[in-house]
Design a protein. Structure first.
Length: 243
């Protein structure tokens, strides 16, 4: 089997294009997770736990409201008003009358660009377009739903499986000691499986959050390492002379 330095220019170019675009995509995905799951406090153990297990001392909307107001670009001076209105409405029994008078105007003015019925279908966010919609998310926050985890799992496992396969196939042609090469090739697949299992286990028991953290730290980052090492060998190592 020809190693990376011995490939033709055309083969090197197509591998390089894959590495740059997919590598950038994985970095963007990591940044997306950091922003959406971690928020302003960063990707902490508590933030990941709350994402999958929830904050069962409060409702879903109360837990995500600080992040939601930030994403909506709501001025900091107006955020306490919305928080107070939501908290008061929930504490007083979530009546439709109070919803219409105090809660609906704030949600309509700040949240519907991402939580309308149409956008919810695109972004897989819960809709907040009606009293019934908002009352659903005013229930106790139990984290990401099983349906959402299954949907995300289908997308992640399929797409990342293909990416890890191609990245591993390219790296298999690298000049690298056999044992560590095998570990680097198989590790992203194992780590993504551990990460995926950790979603469901953490949803039942927050003690399993470490599976999510370990799986996430060893899946995409290891694949990125494979691609970086492959890129170095594609262009910086000299071909070996034929015997």
């Amino acid at each position: 089997m020809r190693q990376l330095p011995e490939l033709s220019i055309a083969e090197k170019l197509v591998h390089t294009g894959f590495i740059f675009l997919v590598g950038l995509g994985l970095l963007v995905a990591e940044a997306y997770v950091y922003v959406t799951v971690g928020g302003k406090q960063g990707l902490t153990v508590q933030a990941v736990t709350q994402h999958y297990y929830g904050n069962r001392s409060s409702s879903t909307i109360q837990s995500v409201l600080p992040r939601m107001m930030g994403f909506a670009g709501m001025p900091a001076s107006e955020q306490p008003k919305m928080t107070e209105a939501i908290n008061h409405w929930i504490a007083n029994g979530e009546s439709q009358q109070e919803y219409v008078s105090s809660v609906k105007p704030l949600i309509d003015g700040n949240c519907l660009k991402c939580h309308s019925v149409a956008m919810s279908k695109v972004l897989h966010n819960p809709p907040l377009a009606s009293y019934d919609d908002v009352k659903k998310v005013a229930q106790v926050d139990t984290g990401m739903s099983i349906n959402t985890m299954l949907l995300n799992g289908m997308i992640h496992l399929t797409m990342l499986g293909v990416i890890f396969w191609i990245a591993g196939w390219i790296f298999s042609k690298a000049r690298f000691p056999a044992a560590p090469k095998y570990v680097l090739i198989i590790l992203p697949f194992i780590a993504m499986t551990v990460d995926f299992a950790g979603w469901f286990l953490t949803h039942q028991n927050p003690a399993f959050v470490w599976l999510v953290l370990i799986g996430g730290a060893l899946s995409c980052p290891i694949a990125l390492l494979e691609m970086f090492l492959s890129l170095i060998q594609l262009w910086l190592l000299k071909p070996r002379l034929a015997a």
